[in-house]
Each structure stands twice: as structure tokens, then as C-alpha cells.
Design a protein around this ligand. Sequence first.
Ligand code: ADP
Ligand code: MG
Length: 241
Amino acid sequence: MTFIRLAGVGRTVALPDGNQLEILTDINLEIERGEHIAVVGRSGSGKSTLLNIIGLLDSPTTGVYELDGQPTDVFSARARARLRGATFGFVFQQFNLLPRRSATENVAAPLLYASGRQVWGRRAAAREMLERVGLGQRMDYLPERLSGGEQQRVAIARSMVRNPTVLLADEPTGALDVDTGSTVMDMLQHVVTEFGTTLVTITHDLSVAARADRQFRLDHGVLSGLSAADLPSVTAQRSGS
Ligand SMILES: Nc1ncnc2c1ncn2[C@@H]1O[C@H](COP(=O)(O)OP(=O)(O)O)[C@@H](O)[C@H]1O
Ligand SMILES: [Mg+2]
């Protein structure tokens, strides 16, 4: 069964001047479990809005969004929040780490809201995830002592610590230089592949998008498929990772 299914999804917002702004128009998108897809598009094209709808942070104003065969518009706010926490991990361009907390505490933070684990169990899970992203030597560092690439790896560990079904990454390399971004994407792909996590990456970088199984372009709120001919070769990246 298709895991994520958007059919005719639109998103319109009412502007203060009384006009309507149509951010997304007739989005049709189906994503299978374990697939990696990428969405490219210019700033303002609606990428974050689409990702937020998929992650249940926002809702369509028209059309249908089904998650695992279930229409998502029937849930209460509380049920949506619970489903969001159990299903999705998020990674953002700005790493959004808690500044006064160590890497371990940052990664353990999402587990505070999940039931069933004591403090030591949360710390152990966080430390194991930090090992997986190659930060075994940095677990007690505050974010300010970490490089941008390391901070994003902490954020990735935090997003994966509850073993989400889907990881939603909004411009994950947007604040990193090209080489660091490539290393971070190698690591992210490695971790999600290991866990069988579905990955949706929003990027304006075609070489980042080219790593996915399928690519789409968002242009003024309209989604279309990209073909291999639109993408740079990724042979070098794949063999290097
Ligand atoms: N709540 C909102 N109210 C008004 N305009 C919005 C709102 N959310 C997004 N927009 C506008 O919709 C467009 C798409 O936004 P966004 O999804 O953030 O694009 P992207 O992530 O591709 O840069 C932008 O022009 C943005 O300013
Ligand atoms: Mg955005």
C-alpha cells in the first residue's frame, strides 16, 4: 500500500489584505515505505509548506492526504500530534539545537515525550545514535563547540532517535559548505538506509537531490517529476560514500 498519498492537495492562506494566496496547487504525490525522494525548487515555491503538510504540521485546504491508507483530516489535534511524533522525524536548515545542552541531551530530548524510558535509557539511546552519526567523541560537547556539520549530525541523530517511519529534511545542507554538506548527506543516507526510513529531502541543490530514488520540482506551488537528464551525475558521490 502507498504509505504517503497526496491527491489534489492545495494550500491557500488568507492574507491580511483580504486576498487569498495559493501556495500549493493540485499536488499529486505517492511515496512508498523506504523510498527516498527529493523536491527541488526556488525559494518561495512552497517546499516547506509541502513538507509541513506531509509531516502533519500543516493541513491542506483542498484535496486528500492519506497516511498509511488513512485520511489525515479526521484526526483531532491531539491525535495528529501523537501520530506526528510516532511517525515523523524532522531536520531543518538551521540545526535548532538547544544551546545550553550537550549533544547527548539534545538527542535525548525527543524521548522525554515518548513514554516508557527512564533517564539512563534515554541517555543510552542518545549515545548510541550519536555513535552512528560518527560523533562518539563529541557526546558531551555543547553545540557552540561543534562545527556546522557536526551540529547537523547531532540534529540528524535527534531526528532518528525515536526511529521514525519518515524523515523529513528541509534544506539539510543549506547552511553548510558543499563538502561538509556532501559528508552530512552521506551520513544521513547511511543511517536512514540502515533503519529502512522513508526520506523526503527538500533542497535547492540538484546534486543533493540526485541522491534520491525519485526527484520532483516545485514551481510556484505546482509539482512535477524530474528526469535523470535534469540531474548532475552522482557516480562520484555514490562511490565516495
Ligand atoms: N502562513 C503563511 N501566510 C502567508 N504566506 C505564507 C504562509 N506560509 C507560506 N507563505 C508564503 O508561501 C510561499 C511559499 O512558502 P514556503 O513553503 O516557505 O516556500 P519555500 O520553502 O519553497 O521557500 C512564500 O511566498 C511564503 O511567503
Ligand atoms: Mg523553505
